[in-house]
Design a protein around this ligand. Structure first.
Ligand code: SF4
Ligand code: SF4
Ligand code: SF4
Length: 406
């Protein structure tokens, strides 16, 4: 008999969760399609290999027809197992990293402070790793230790190096470090993370060496969009024009530090900046008792790479590592208490982080290992900041800033 079985095509992955919820991950178009209970029941039976005639539901033929019309599923005469889509071999089958591992982002903290006094500097906020922050400068490592670390790092497979701290350009040795990175055959992208006021009137950017660098630039609503400081907006725009002229690329982090400016005004100003400079703007919201709407997750377009990355690994921590100004190796710049190595004491610390699998605890912390997320149907398309959850819960796998999994 023909058409005995029906199942989803290999680009469509059914994920079931608690309360009979389910979601189809459409790896072809990047969508996540949430299903009602009845559809879930029918699809689970079909995906598990039940014959269509045995599926218990009066609406099974309607559901099958709709899925077939969307070209998401197909009839079969025999039940065959087919592997779901994976893109190339970016991940070995068992999801393990090969050595040397791919380091997507290595943050390096520079021992520089800052003379500005932004109120949000030490507050909890989203995207903390994309907002500049002062540091104490106590016990900071010297140039020799930075150089050894950089040379070891550049022997690995590093894609982006991000110098962060207060006013990083004020560090006297910054160009020494920059030259090591730019002379490397690995050609990683180099980023500086700092506040727009550190760039304004800074003639350093006109030097040849900065032409190959990228900047993450912090600005805030109260500073730049406040009508009482009208001229700040034009100074900020002048600074963006200046950067555009001299450096390779910049992206912006907007800190939403006031409720006094209307959402409409903020949106139109941000749209203006995005359209004028063709750049990305990350929105960093402050987490305080006045902000009840703060959520620490966003949904991604689920390409095969993202789905399988999130299947095995943490959506953000995977591929991230940090050296702080005291020489401590951390999984990310905002997890100050999770120390996995110390280059001030051991010049092989970076190598050992990988050889001894110390980083796996963080990189492999997929959301299936977080109690509140493990049954959530969105967990393979969800981006969350682990550092902020750790700061609130004091636990590596704590979660309190999402209500969806309840
Ligand atoms: S400019 Fe950056 S580092 Fe300086 S006080 Fe403001 S947030 Fe902190
Ligand atoms: S419960 Fe977890 S996986 Fe689900 S949406 Fe919230 S943060 Fe994301
Ligand atoms: S967990 Fe990710 S988003 Fe959060 S601070 Fe660390 S690197 Fe940044």
């Amino acid at each position: 008999m023909k058409n005995k079985y029906f199942k989803l095509n290999k680009d469509y992955i059914l994920v079931t969760g608690e309360k009979n919820k389910s979601l189809i991950y459409d790896l072809k178009n990047g969508n996540m399609i949430e299903l009602e209970k009845e559809w879930t029941d029918i699809l689970i039976q079909l995906e598990n290999g039940s014959k269509i005639e045995d599926v218990k539901s009066i609406n099974k033929y309607d559901v099958i027809e709709k899925i077939k019309n969307e070209k998401m599923g197909e009839f079969y005469d025999n039940f065959i197992y087919e592997k779901k889509t994976r893109k190339g071999m970016i991940l070995p089958l068992e999801g393990m990293q090969k050595l040397p591992p791919i380091i997507h982002k290595c943050y390096i903290q520079i021992p520089t402070s800052c003379s500005l006094n932004c109120k949000f500097c030490f507050l909890l906020k989203s995207y903390p790793c994309l907002v500049c922050a002062k540091n104490s400068n106590v016990n900071s490592i010297d140039l020799k230790v930075y150089k050894t670390f950089l040379n070891n790092l550049l022997n690995l497979n590093v894609h982006n190096i991000i110098f962060y701290g207060g006013n990083v350009l004020s560090y006297t040795n910054i160009e020494n470090l920059l030259k090591i990175c730019l002379n490397s055959k690995k050609r990683p992208e180099i980023w500086f993370l700092l506040h727009w006021r550190h760039i304004r009137n800074n003639k350093m950017l006109e030097k040849e060496i900065y032409k190959k660098t990228n900047f993450y630039v912090t600005f805030s609503a109260n500073d730049v969009f406040n009508i009482n400081n009208g001229k700040n907006f034009s100074l900020f725009i002048e600074t963006l024009d200046y950067m555009k002229k001299y450096i390779k690329h910049f992206e912006l982090t907007f800190v939403q530090d006031t409720k006094e400016i209307s959402e409409f005004k903020i949106k139109s100003m941000l749209d203006f900046i995005i359209n004028t400079y063709k750049t990305k703007i990350y929105i960093s919201e402050l987490l305080d008792e006045n902000n009840k709407s703060f959520t620490n997750h966003s949904f991604m377009r689920v390409s095969p790479e993202i789905f399988w990355n999130n299947y095995y690994y943490h959506p953000c921590l995977n591929g991230t590592i940090t050296l702080n100004a005291e020489g401590k190796i951390l999984p990310c710049p905002s997890m100050e208490n999770e120390i996995i190595g110390d280059v001030a004491e051991n010049k092989n610390a970076l190598k050992e982080v990988f050889l001894d699998n110390k980083i796996d605890k963080y990189w492999k912390l997929n959301l299936g290992k977080i109690e509140q997320c493990k049954e959530c149907i969105y967990r393979f398309g969800c981006f969350e900041c682990r550092a902020i959850e750790v700061k609130i819960s004091q636990e590596l796998n704590g979660k309190s800033l999402c209500k969806r999994g309840d």
